[in-house]
Write a protein that binds this ligand. Structure first.
Ligand code: GLY
Ligand code: MN
Ligand code: MN
Length: 465
């Protein structure tokens, strides 16, 4: 990779716009959104445009909107104001943007008139309430911010067209995902090298973010860097790293255009896995590898999840944590007690790609979420196709709320050997997550270069040298 992420070529962006226009039943307006304020307008969070806008325009332009019609694409932006030079530097003039993007660019004040001319126009559930209000006043109709509520027929059709197109990544998107993967791999290696007992989690987290930022990326989601890995989305970084802890790091970079990486590694603070940590880790790694091997065109993603869960159960039976037949244990929901989340999700411009459009992205018509503990958090149940990107991220967690829940104990009916489980008291949470591209013949693990075999992980933890 060059030392800075490369942008998507304008020709690829134009092809995406043309392809989407060909799918449209009505004109479509795609808003970029606004920076969210931290309590007052003068202190905004870093702006990040809506992923649909980035997919079609490739630039983080605040307060802009793309109007797609059957025979035209026009970008509406706020022209530079005199004060911008003083506070934020001069944004590109409209004619310069037009040349750079090879796209018609008009001042935003012309948008209302253009919409009146275009007639009934579809839009997507907006990323924030301010944009929702802005669209409502422009389109002179309610705009539903919750995709799982009743979208208008017009907006539902646009959502479906967008999903159909963004589910399968084009070459330019794959190039972006590879760049995000490279930034993410480097960050995890930096985190492994910085780990040592006596530091706070925040030090490792900062080192990983430094690696990403200094290479031109930014964080794709709130990083999880914790010795309390059993708290699945733990967003605190104030814990101490102690000898004997496992550190779970779920950290992903995004490219300047917003394409995401999503990787988890779990490593020993001491630099060496204990025997029990290694055994639990190997059970998760076996589940990870079996799931990755199942990723290929035509496979139903729920089956990939089930393969991971059964492989984990096999490992736990081998370790004596469970007694009994794996199929029977699976049917009883035993895997969900240690692995309650889904094996993965779509990956693209968002870390959980297209989830802003609700379950209509992850679940095709005729399929819906299960209600059982082991499967209800599975965010994807489509048949895989070449060009799709997914994460594979099984885990093993000792979650007291589940292990001590009397209804879970009843469900497991003596299959769980609590004295065998006690051997794993130095394991709180393990997750191993990679980003996987579905190819014509199988798959490619685009983050596969990052160490995950226990001895290779240990070798990266530099302080023990
Ligand atoms: N980083 C969130 C997830 O793995 O889904
Ligand atoms: Mn993930
Ligand atoms: Mn993750």
């Amino acid at each position: 990779m060059s030392d800075w992420p490369a942008p998507t070529p304008t020709s690829a962006l134009a092809r995406r716009r043309d392809a989407l226009r060909a799918r449209l039943r009505a004109p479509a307006l795609i808003a970029s959104g606004f920076a969210r304020p931290r309590n007052f307008l003068g202190n905004p969070y870093e702006f990040r445009a809506s992923s649909h806008f980035l997919y079609l325009v490739g630039r983080q332009i605040e307060g802009a909107a793309l109007l797609l019609e059957s025979d035209a694409a026009t970008l509406f932006v706020e022209p530079p104001a005199p004060d911008d030079v003083l506070w934020t530097g001069s944004p590109a003039a409209l004619d310069q943007l037009e040349r750079e993007l090879e796209l018609r660019v008009r001042p935003i004040e012309e948008l209302a008139r253009e919409l009146w001319r275009a007639g009934e126009t579809a839009t997507l559930p907006p990323p924030d309430l301010e944009t929702s209000e802005w669209l409502r006043s422009l389109l002179e109709r309610p705009v539903e911010p919750d995709p799982d509520d009743s979208l208008s027929e017009l907006d539902a059709a646009l959502s479906d067209a967008m999903i159909e197109q963004r589910l399968v990544h084009d070459e330019a998107a794959i190039a972006q995902l590879r760049q995000a993967a490279a930034l993410t791999i480097a960050a995890h290696r930096a985190g492994m090298s910085r780990t040592r007992p006596g530091l706070r989690e925040a030090v490792v987290m900062a080192e990983m973010e430094r690696s990403i930022r200094s290479a031109g990326g930014r964080l794709a989601y709130g990083p999880i860097v914790t010795v309390r890995g059993e708290v699945l989305h733990n967003d605190r970084h104030d814990g101490m790293l102690n000898d004997g802890d496992l550190l779970l790091c779920d950290v992903g970079a995004e490219t300047p255009e917003g394409w995401a990486g999503d990787v988890t590694r779990t490593w020993p603070v001491s630099g060496r896995f204990s025997a029990s940590q290694r055994d639990a880790y190997q059970a998760v790694l076996a589940a990870h590898d079996a799931a990755v091997a199942a990723v290929r065109p035509g496979t139903r993603f729920r089956d990939v999840h089930r393969i991971a869960a059964r492989t984990l159960l096999e490992g736990l039976v081998g370790l004596g944590v469970f007694r009994g037949d794996v199929d029977e244990l699976y049917e009883r929901g035993a895997a969900g007690v240690f692995f309650p989340h889904g094996v993965g999700h779509l990956l693209g411009l968002d870390v959980h790609d297209l989830e802003d459009l609700g379950d209509r992205a992850g679940y095709p018509p005729g399929r819906s979420r299960a209600t059982s503990l082991g499967e209800k958090y599975l965010r994807l149940d489509r048949d895989l196709a070449p060009g799709m990107a997914v994460t594979i991220e099984p885990g093993f967690y000792r979650i007291s709320a589940l292990l001590d829940d009397p209804s879970e104990s009843e469900r497991l009916g003596g299959a769980l050997d609590r004295s065998a489980l006690a051997r794993f008291s130095d394991v709180r949470g393990i997750r191993i997550e990679d980003d996987v591209l579905v190819t014509e013949t199988g798959n490619e693990v685009i983050t596969g270069e990052l160490e995950k075999e226990p001895s290779a992980v240990e070798a990266r933890i530099a302080w023990t040298d």
